[in-house]
Every structure is written in C-alpha cells, then in structure tokens.
Design a protein around this ligand. Structure first.
Ligand code: SAM
Ligand code: SF4
Length: 326
C-alpha cells in the first residue's frame, strides 16, 4: 500500500520520538535547564508507540527513525526496538543519537534490529563540542562511535554548521569522512528557538558546497531508496561521502516523504507547521487501531505543501527541537 498526499508526495517515513529528555543541552535545541517536565502520564507508553508504528506501517510507512530528545536515555529502549524491528512490512528501522551512551549500548541496539545510526557531532574540538552541548564530552562520543562501528553499524555523522562557532571545521569533517570511509552531512542551522541574531549563524548550503569545492572535487550521488533530504556527493580520490541538508536556503518540501509523532503523541506533517493532531484519544478508544489509522491519514491530508522559512526570517512559534525530534 502506498500513501500519497495532496501534493502527490509518497509518504513512507515516520520520525518517532520516544522522549523529550536528553543528557546534553545543545544550545540550538533546548534551554540550559532542559525541557519543561511533561510528567510521566503525558509520555506515551512503549505499547502505544508500538501501536502507532504498526498503524503507520499498515498504511504505507516503510522507514521509521527513532529520535528524541535523546532516545537512548529512555529506560527499556532496546526491548522496544526489538519489538519494533519485528513489524512485518517495515523495511528500515534506524535511530538518531547524540552518541553519549553508544559505547555501552551499541551492541544491544544492533542485536535489537536497528539497521543504521545517525550520530550528531558538531565539533571535533573538545572545547567547542563542550560549548555547543553545554558540557558534553567529545571523547565519550568518539568512543561511542568507534564501538558502534565495531558492532557493524553503518554510521552517518550529522554536523549542524554555525557561522563563527564550528564552520571552520568543515574540512576537518571531510577528512574524518575520508579516514573512516563514512558519511558526513552538513546541516543548515535552523532557528527553532528563534534566539536573537539567529540569522548570522546560518551558513547556506550553497556556501558550504562552494567552500568544499575549493579543496575537493564533488561528484553528485543518486538518492537512495527511502532517503531523507540530503544531497550527497562522493569526493574524487577519497572513500567517504558528504551531504548537505538545506532546510532554510533551498527547501526540499516538494520531496518531503515524512510525518512525525512526538513522545506525547502529537502527530505532525511538518516540523515548522503548528498543526498537530493528538493521537491519545484514539489510543484510548480503539483496540484495533482503526481510529489511529484514520488520524494518521488525516495528518497526511493536512500536510502543508511547504514552509516559509528563509535565511532572513522565520514565521513559526519558537519550539525546542528535542520536543519534536528534529
Ligand atoms: N538527541 C539526538 C541527537 O542529537 O542526535 C536526537 C534528537 S535531535 C533533536 C535530532 C537532530 O536534530 C540532531 O541531529 C540535531 O543536531 C538536530 N537539531 C536540533 N536542533 C537543531 C537546529 N536548531 N538546527 C538544525 N538541526 C538541529
Ligand atoms: Fe539533546 Fe539531541 Fe537536542 Fe542535543 S540536539 S540537546 S543531543 S536532543
């Protein structure tokens, strides 16, 4: 079964957030004091998250990305993932993490059926990393990445590029991709929390590419099946690959294949659209998931054609990316 929205986009990708809590406090994502405590009752139980995942697969979703907050801080996550990976019709179960707990957990994640990991890593300098994450340990994350690799995980590294903070490290990340034969994606900084002066932090994707092209010859790669919004490149003479993700300067809304569900059960068609539908009443009401399926379809029906953000202005209400899952 495939799910096509009003714009003709095939929707086959669910980003499912399992918590809004985190063991880091990245400046671009959440305030120093963390997210407001939503209380235990508001957070969906694993049984409910599983029902949502099954219902999404029943209507055409083929890829689920587990996200947060930091998904690995939620107790019982590996058992939940093992359960999810058994859903018939689900082709890809992948997870995004900050890597802090990977050294301890990579083996159990692999064993639970997670196929790939995206690890967020914004700096290769210990002080800058600690500054961006408000106290995180770079060494710990690098150890986690190494352990995950040795467990057999394909890994993509995601770097949020911020002018004057870490943009001088772009070449170092390319070298890392080359040395470890891995993929690094450069993501435009998004003004989710709308802090003053956010515009100066954005390095447009075109500029990132131009800077890369000074030192490397980029060869465009075909989009993989069920891929997200990255434009990927091989680098001549080097084994790793790089990608750019440009939510601000070059919108990819016309190819957007995703829906989102937050850890409190809010279904959303677009990160920057305030429209959301609460799945909790449907979770309480019907055992057979009919209502759940109906509501998931309805969020696809109201998925906007695009968002209006650009390098100069944004229109959304401020939000913590950790509450939605990025
Ligand atoms: N805690 C996990 C992590 O950091 O990978 C998963 C959740 S995090 C909200 C998901 C992704 O959103 C991360 O790659 C993070 O870098 C990205 N993100 C958060 N805030 C962002 C912002 N303001 N601009 C661009 N990316 C952002
Ligand atoms: Fe936590 Fe990820 Fe947000 Fe950083 S980006 S504060 S690691 S949820």
């Amino acid at each position: 079964m495939s799910l096509i929205d009003r714009q003709g986009r095939k929707i086959n990708y669910l980003r499912l957030s399992v918590t809004d809590r985190c063991n880091l406090r990245c400046r671009y994502c959440m305030p120093q004091q963390g997210v407001t405590d939503i209380g235990h009752d508001s957070l969906l139980r694993f049984e409910d998250l599983y029902r949502i995942a099954r219902s999404a697969v029943a209507i055409g979703v083929r890829k689920i990305r587990i996200t947060g907050g930091e998904p690995l801080v939620r107790k019982g996550i590996s058992g939940f993932l093992r359960h999810l990976s058994g859903i018939a019709g689900l082709d890809q179960l992948v997870l995004t993490t900050n890597g802090v707990l990977l050294a301890e957990m990579a083996a159990e994640l692999r064993d639970a059926g997670v196929q790939r990991l995206n690890v967020s890593l914004d700096s290769l300098d210990a002080d800058t990393f600690s500054f961006i994450t408000r106290g995180g340990s770079l060494k710990r994350v690098l150890n986690g990445i190494e352990t995950a690799r040795s467990c057999g995980f394909p890994i993509k590294l995601n770097m949020v590029v911020m002018r004057g903070v870490n943009d001088h490290e772009i070449p170092a990340f390319v070298r890392l991709a080359a040395d470890s034969a891995s993929t690094v994606r450069f993501i435009e900084y998004m003004p989710a929390i709308r802090e003053n002066g956010w515009q100066r932090l954005v390095v447009p994707g075109r500029e990132i590419l131009a800077r890369l092209e000074r030192d490397f010859r980029l060869l465009p790669l075909e989009q993989a099946r069920l891929a997200g919004p990255a434009r990927n490149f091989r680098i001549s003479g080097i084994s790793g690959t790089v990608g750019i993700i440009t939510p601000i300067s070059e919108h990819f809304c016309q190819e957007c294949n995703r829906i989102r569900v937050t850890s409190t059960g809010q279904a959303k068609g677009c990160l920057f659209d305030e429209t959301c539908i609460d799945l909790k009443p449907a979770l309480q009401a019907d055992e057979n998931n009919f209502q759940l399926i109906r509501i998931l379809r309805s969020i696809i029906a109201v998925k906007p054609a695009g968002h209006l953000m650009n390098p100069a202005e944004c229109h959304h209400q401020a939000f913590s990316m950790a509450s939605i899952g990025g």
